[in-house]
Design a protein around this ligand. Structure first.
Ligand code: MN
Length: 357
């Protein structure tokens, strides 16, 4: 089904019943196809950002809560710092052809504006060199420091032109603020101008809502990451950003950070209010301006839900290396209950289109 028709079809189903959705999955026996695989939420670090983060943690800042680092000599840190042979060997073991690399969260957004901007440029220079020396295996996202929105916009331009990178990475909020604030909109203007998709990667909940997440290890990847990233996405959907920048693409990991599950309710409740900031239904922005990735969410029921809600053209493969093994991601998607045509879209064709790979 063409994308536009699919959206209209889905708008109908959002007001009728999920049971009216036509089956779009074709269950298959174990696959024999060898796919071309691009994984799109793959993490790297650089020593300079690590050291600056360690220095910040040592100062115990009140506006950056919950920051931790593994030891610099740990296996995890070594995997993150590697942009060469060890990473490629892990990709080969997982049958990943190409990784789209992004800076380890929270990256440069925890620093003051000048330091954050300088570290973003250093990160992007390092990433660009790695991508250029392994162009068949690596691609990368431009890190920016939204603390200085104009400098961030210029860095997007540099990343997408001089550095040969493929989109933008933002680790959710910056100094407690989310990108729907109009002062950040030069970032969207630059992203739209360069057709740079913005990947909103999670970080721990912002200081204003951190405390209830502080118990039971909820602050991180178990729960807090996804509550914060989904909050960020909904703020954008309700802010009018996509009326101002209709060609903007936002990427969410973790199968859409829960948004596909909630989409009908967002429309239903939003329709009860006067929301002068938006011209369309929340779901229309989600279906036109967002794509999602499978990072660390290797679970058939949520893949099938997402496939029904977004269709096969707006789901991208992601692993979350090195936090999640690549082998787990490929084994799962190879055997998932979708057609080989849709698997190839998810494995690479959608990423090639969204990130110009
Ligand atoms: Mn991740």
């Amino acid at each position: 089904m063409p994308l536009k028709n699919r959206r209209e079809f889905l708008q109908d189903t959002l007001t009728i019943s999920a049971a009216a959705l036509a089956p779009v999955s074709i269950a298959q026996a174990a696959t024999t196809t060898e796919f071309y695989r691009i994984s799109t939420e793959e993490t790297f670090g650089i020593a300079e950002v690590y050291d600056a983060t360690a220095a910040l943690i040592a100062n115990n800042p009140s506006d950056e809560i919950g920051l931790t680092l593994p030891p610099k000599s740990s296996e995890l840190a070594m995997q993150l710092f590697d942009l060469g042979e060890a990473r490629i060997a892990a990709m080969d073991a997982g049958r990943i052809d190409k990784q789209l690399l992004s800076l380890w969260s929270p990256g440069v957004q925890i620093f003051e504006a000048t330091q954050g901007t300088e570290l973003a440029a250093l990160t992007n220079d390092t990433l660009s060199a790695a991508v250029k020396s392994h162009a068949d295996r690596f691609a990368g996202l431009t890190s920016i420091a939204p603390q200085d929105p104009k400098a961030a916009a210029l860095e997007i331009e540099r990343g997408m032109t001089t550095l040969g990178l493929h989109g933008v990475l933002i680790n959710s909020y910056t100094k407690g603020e989310y990108l729907d604030e109009q002062k950040f909109w030069p970032i969207f203007e630059a992203a739209q101008a360069h057709d740079a998709a913005i990947y909103i990667h999670p970080r721990m909940p912002s200081p204003a809502m951190y405390d209830p997440f502080a118990d039971y290890q909820m602050n991180g990847a178990m729960w807090g990451f996804h509550m914060d990233a989904s909050l960020h996405a909904v703020r954008l959907m309700l802010s009018g950003v996509f009326d101002e920048f209709p060609n903007l693409t936002i990427v969410l990991g973790h199968m859409g950070e829960g948004i596909p599950f909630w989409l009908k309710r967002l429309d239903t409740i939003a329709s009860r209010y006067e929301l002068p900031s938006i011209k369309r239904k929340p779901s229309e922005y989600f279906l036109d301006n967002f794509v999602i990735t499978t990072s660390a969410m290797f679970w058939d029921p949520i893949l099938e839900l997402s496939h029904k809600v977004l269709g096969p053209d707006r789901i991208l493969f992601g692993v979350d290396y090195p936090f999640v093994p690549s082998t787990a991601g490929t084994k799962w998607l190879d055997d998932a209950p979708l057609s080989d045509i849709d698997k190839q879209k998810i494995y690479s064709e959608n990423a090639q289109r969204i990130f110009h790979l």
